[in-house]
Design a protein around this ligand. Structure first.
Ligand code: COA
Length: 512
């Protein structure tokens, strides 16, 4: 008998891992467990009373933990004899993904065998009993974890993000967000022409806002720092994946001017950080981002000069996302509108929740969507759909976004949205628990982790070529492309890739 499942737990991965290794938690979670005592580092003896159909028996046996990769995964093997009732053995593979600092996705796969009288009950009855046991186990385990999380110290799960690092002096040519001269659309267009992604190992942009809207350099520096210090944009790094979260949930994560200015520095710092192999961009709470902060327009986008400068800052921000050499994934829940759509389109991939809503309502505000945002839209959805989106200013749902190519993947199904169908979890376990599938963050993290093992120079080079080609003529620098290809060919990682192939093992890439 084999089965698999998952549960979303509201606790840090470290806490869940400790709970999975704590005999008292395990005893309280295993249905019918009368005793569970540690006999060696990874071994326990256990007594469990279990009822399968008409057969009720007390099983005495042992529990062994193996294949341990703390704090991510292990195999729990339980085997016991129930005397005349027969014997049972289960191998349970458990893995933990840290979705957020205090949200952990637990996945498990069970292979179970029974013998003796139990085996005569027939597979249907055995399967039903095993599924019920698993359901009960995770319900009890979740309760235990909830109790532990309520009393635990705040989670320090993953690496802290060093805000000071953003202030590092820039030794090479900086990416400065300069305002074009007032009322000079040609200058704005020229500033927007350089879309080409940076080579792997990008450099930090200065924290310099457009002069035209800058009350004073120091004044805006302070506002940008405030974005970081007050965590209007949060960064969390775990398992080589950085999660950048727009964090103004009460305003549906609308981007303030200071946030547009701060994000490039964050992306550049993540590009420099060798511990980061992929970046996820998302929003706190229910939404990704409802675009630019509209009330603030009175102050920072009040006239033509400010509007022009503002758009340059938006484009510079989105370019900073598009330019980093590492793979980027936007995780989209709730509203993804206007400038929020531009942020999402600047990522390499877009994973949406089934209830996400998209739109570019520029025509409702008499704004022309910027050159680069329009180009990205065109390259994703094609001319007729781009026109529909921009002229119509209508919102569209995730299913439509997937159909037209605006997003790459939608988690969950439309049927789940209106509650008319049961999920796999509900079918297997009797509708007791909401499944973790349907969570675009879980899917994005799994995808990011799979990319994290690949050669950074190779992915960075492919990104440079593809983005440059997609953005049209004049953007791709062929000499630079050839230089990137040559650098990858001379890299340690290239040697490592060949050696790993020859030795039939997984490569370990360093990004150089
Ligand atoms: N800028 C600033 N605040 C915003 C915002 C934005 N772009 N979008 C939403 N908010 C704020 C709302 O003002 C509201 O704040 P309040 O509670 O202090 O009044 C809060 O977020 C919740 O939004 P609300 O409008 O009450 O929710 P809703 O469900 O009725 O509508 C939207 C949600 C996203 C459809 C609607 O807020 C909207 O159309 N926002 C503007 C989207 C847009 O045009 N973006 C492009 C900008 S270029």
């Amino acid at each position: 008998m084999e089965m698999a499942g998952e549960a979303r737990l509201q606790a840090s991965r470290e806490l869940v891992w400790d709970a999975l290794n704590d005999p008292s938690v395990l005893q309280a979670s295993i249905p019918g467990c009368e005793s569970l005592e540690r006999t060696a580092d990874n071994e326990f003896t256990a007594t469990v009373v279990s009822k399968v159909g008409p057969i009720k028996a007390r099983f005495a046996g042992k529990v062994t933990l193996s294949n341990i990769t703390a704090p991510k995964s292990y195999t729990l093997t339980g085997e016991g004899s129930g005397g005349a009732a027969g014997f049972a053995r289960a191998d349970i593979e458990v893995s933990l993904d840290a979705l957020e600092p205090t949200v952990t996705l637990l996945r498990y796969g069970v292979k179970a065998n029974v013998g003796g009288k139990l085996a005569q009950l027939g597979s249907r009855m055995i399967d039903a009993a095993a599924r019920k046991s698993a359901d009960d186990f995770f319900a009890l385990f979740e309760k235990q974890v909830d109790g532990l999380a309520a009393t635990a110290a705040p989670a320090v799960n993953g690496a802290a993000f060093d805000v000071e690092a953003l202030m590092m002096p820039v030794t090479e040519e900086p990416v400065v967000v300069n305002a074009p001269a007032v009322a000079m659309p040609a200058a704005a267009l020229a500033a927007q022409a350089d879309f080409a992604p940076s080579a792997p190992a990008a450099h930090a942009p200065h924290l310099v806002p457009p002069a035209a809207v800058q009350p004073s350099a120091a004044g805006y520096q302070a506002e940008v720092m405030d974005v970081l210090m007050s965590e209007k944009i949060k960064v969390w790094i775990s398992d080589q994946v950085a999660v950048v979260t727009l964090n103004r949930p009460n305003s549906r994560n609308a981007m303030t001017y200071a946030m547009w200015l701060a994000l490039p520095s964050i992306m550049a710092a993540l590009d420099r950080n060798p511990d980061v192999r992929a970046v996820i961009l998302t929003g706190a709470g229910k939404d990704f981002c409802a675009g630019a902060d509209i009330p603030e327009f009175e102050k920072v986008r009040a006239d033509v000069a400010q509007a022009t400068a503002y758009e340059v800052a938006v484009d510079a921000c989105c370019d900073a996302i598009a330019k980093i050499s590492k793979p980027t994934i936007a995780v989209l829940r709730g509203y993804c509108l206007g400038g929020g759509a531009h942020l999402a389109m600047s990522c390499d991939f877009r994973f949406a929740a089934y209830d996400a809503m998209f739109g570019i309502p520029a025509a409702r505000l008499s704004i022309i969507y910027g050159v680069k945002g329009t180009r990205k839209l065109l390259s994703l959805v094609g001319l007729p759909q781009a026109k529909r989106i921009l002229y119509g200013a209508q919102r569209f749902d995730a299913a439509h976004a997937l159909r037209i190519g605006f997003v790459d993947q939608v988690a969950g199904s439309a049927a789940e949205k209106d509650g008319t169908s049961t999920s796999i979890w509900e079918r297997i376990f009797g509708a007791k628990r909401r499944p973790a599938d349907g969570d675009p963050m879980a899917e994005a993290r799994a995808f990011a982790t799979s990319l994290a093992g690949n050669a950074p120079l190779s992915m960075g080079g492919a990104k440079y070529l593809l983005n440059g080609m997609a953005m049209g003529t004049g953007v791709l620098d062929l000499a630079r492309s050839e230089a990137l290809i040559a650098a990858a060919a001379g890299s340690d990682d290239y040697r490592e890739g060949r050696a790993a192939f020859a030795e039939k093992r997984e490569p370990k890439f360093q990004g150089r």
